[in-house]
Design a protein around this ligand. Structure first.
Ligand code: SPV
Ligand code: MG
Length: 582
């Protein structure tokens, strides 16, 4: 089959994240994995579940130039995916070096397999593994390929040398395998794959070991005939001339893979024009890590302090992010007794004043790209494991319905305020509780952050003061005991002093975004305060800023600061923004 006959998919990079997915995503992924190990589709048109095997096959056979980026661990695999690469190269050199070993088969093949398992767990992207020589003869290749398929490693590259191998950039004229014997390894590998899409790349070392172009072409031809899916033509010249000559003579008989470590100055367009299928950036993550680690160790050693390096190294939170701590938090809320009891009350009693848009439905039901605001809010809440959700409705209440969400009516919405609406849901303010306005949108991480912020009453406040609104738009402005500090090391808690629409700009420390969390203790305080406001005759007209200001006078009301990624819908401009935001 010539590569020009193959019709593959659009060049659309999909978003994916194994480590950062939500519980639901994980459950879905597990379902799909059970039937057909799933990878997010490359394009929306490709709706069937694609396996990693199929994904690598597409990269190799697609007419566009593909790139595989080196990784040598679970963490580096995650970083490669995060950067946007559609496939990974599990390098023999860097996996062994990261274990402190030489690229001479000092790590056993099962030790390499263990590393691959971590990598495959950390990324949904397909991995092409450097299988060296196949770790022995045809029989070793058979077992290797079976085990790779078991672990969802999408392809292997084997090179026509002898076990134990030596890195191609060491020495001259390394001995090559006999062609027939190496073809036996290829056939054995292909006969052992348990997934039809598994890719076997045969690596030709003839140019590296000084056997010339004819020998390289002869070998490539033989390997292709033996069943190799693609040919890796390797070169250690400092320019691309010999691989370009090879490509010209090869005439696309099978996809060509290259490793331009030595001819690094060649622009990728040259490879593109030569019809190369795939470029492997073979070792640059490990090399980058070595430089960074060496410099960091040196500085800390010399200065006997962290002062110089802090700020230049990744934050600890970055580590948490990369390994998916947010998913664990969410899973804990889902699975751990006591953590799963958070409930949410959505306050959506007012109609809003958005002309035609709010004539028949209140603003929480406005369509934002195919879903109502309320639906989007509920999706965010359930993504964080919050399933017990009630919406307090009032104006145009019959339009406010959503499957799985209970409704509580404030039939006196016309003459009462937010605190009264909250009081209508008094029974729900019990145990860990989220209270949120029905007209806000915020990114998932904001809710995660709120749930993680310690405190019995915690309010999410935009320290930037929120976006500009037309004069007269009510804002929940706050005064806190300390201003927001963007300093990563600043972990001191911040408390609410007061909240109101009338705070002068010089005193204002931020805007409450309409999202709050109460612990069981906090919920009890809120219920008590609602009762106190009722006996003071204030409950009917009070807004939530008054409730929180009163609470802050008695108890610690903590602030969870954010600086962006939310909006509330008060105006038609906000609706347009929400449609872009969602
Ligand atoms: C590897 O990354 O281990 C390779 C590529 O085999 S190279 O080091 O260029 O031989
Ligand atoms: Mg190697």
């Amino acid at each position: 089959m010539s590569i020009t006959e193959v019709n593959f998919f659009d060049d659309v990079v999909s978003e994916s994240s194994v480590a950062l997915s939500t519980v639901d995503d994980d459950i879905d992924a597990r379902h799909m994995e059970a039937e057909h190990e799933a990878v997010p589709p490359l394009s929306e048109a490709a709706t069937f579940p694609r396996t990693r095997f199929a994904a690598l096959r597409e990269e190799i056979f697609s007419p566009r130039l593909s790139f595989l980026m080196e990784a040598h661990s679970g963490l580096s695999a995650r970083i490669v995916e995060e950067a946007g690469f559609r496939g990974l190269w599990a390098s023999g050199l860097t996996i062994s070096a990261s274990l402190g070993l030489r690229d001479s088969n000092e790590a056993s093949w099962t030790q390499v397999l263990d590393v691959l398992e971590y990598m495959a767990d950390a990324t949904a992207r397909p991995i092409l593994v450097d299988g060296d020589t196949g770790y022995g003869n045809f029989n070793n290749v058979r077992r290797l390929v079976r085990k790779l398929c078991d672990r969802k490693i999408a392809g292997v590259c084997i090179e026509d040398k002898l076990f134990p191998k030596t890195n191609s950039f060491i020495g001259e004229r390394q001995p090559l395998a006999e062609i027939d014997e190496f073809c036996g390894r290829i056939m054995a590998g292909k006969d052992s794959q348990s997934d039809d899409d598994f890719v076997l790349v045969a690596r030709v070392e003839a140019l590296i070991s000084g056997h010339g172009m004819d020998e390289a072409l002869r070998r490539a031809e033989a390997y292709h005939a033996a069943g190799a899916d693609a040919i890796l033509i390797h070169s250690k010249q400092s320019n691309a001339s010999e691989i370009l000559t090879f490509a010209k003579h090869w005439e696309n008989r099978a996809p060509l893979v290259i490793v331009p470590t030595m001819y690094h100055a060649t622009p990728s367009d040259v490879f593109r024009q030569a019809g190369i299928s795939t470029v492997i950036w073979a070792n640059h993550n490990l090399r980058a890590a070595i430089s960074a680690m060496r410099e960091t160790s040196r500085q800390i050693f010399e200065s006997e302090s962290l002062g110089e390096v802090e700020g230049r190294v990744s934050g600890v939170k970055d580590i948490f992010h990369l390994v998916g701590n947010a998913e664990l938090e969410s899973a804990e809320r889902h699975y751990l007794p006591g953590k799963a009891t958070a409930r949410a009350i959505i306050l959506a009693a007012s109609a809003g004043n958005l002309g035609e848009l709010t004539r028949l439905r209140p603003k929480c039901m406005i369509d934002i790209r195919g879903q109502s605001l309320l639906q989007r809010l509920v999706t965010t809440l359930s993504g964080a494991g919050i399933r017990d959700i009630a919406v307090v409705r009032g104006a145009l209440k019959d339009a406010v319905t959503l499957k799985g969400v209970q409704t509580i009516d404030n039939d006196r919405h016309a003459e009462t305020g937010e605190a009264f609406s909250l009081a209508c849901a008094d029974d729900m303010i019990d145990g860990e509780t989220i209270v949120v306005y029905g007209d806000v949108l915020f990114r998932d991480y904001i809710l995660e952050g709120l749930l993680e912020t310690p405190g019995d009453i915690v309010l999410t406040v935009d320290a930037s003061g929120g976006k500009a609104k037309p004069a007269g738009t009510p804002r929940d402005l706050v005064v806190t005991d300390r201003p927001f500090s963007g300093d990563y090391l600043d972990d001191l808690s911040v408390h609410l002093m007061s909240m109101s629409a009338d705070i002068p700009p010089e005193a204002m420390m931020g805007e409450w975004i309409g999202l709050a969390r109460f612990s069981a203790q906090g919920a009890a305080w809120v219920r008590d305060e609602i009762a106190a406001m009722d006996s003071d005759g204030l409950l009917e007209t009070a807004d939530l800023p008054l409730l929180f200001t009163r609470l802050a006078a008695k108890y610690p009301v903590m602030i969870h600061f954010i600086t962006a990624h939310w909006l509330d819908v008060d105006t038609l401009t906000d609706v347009a923004d929400a449609r872009n935001f969602a």
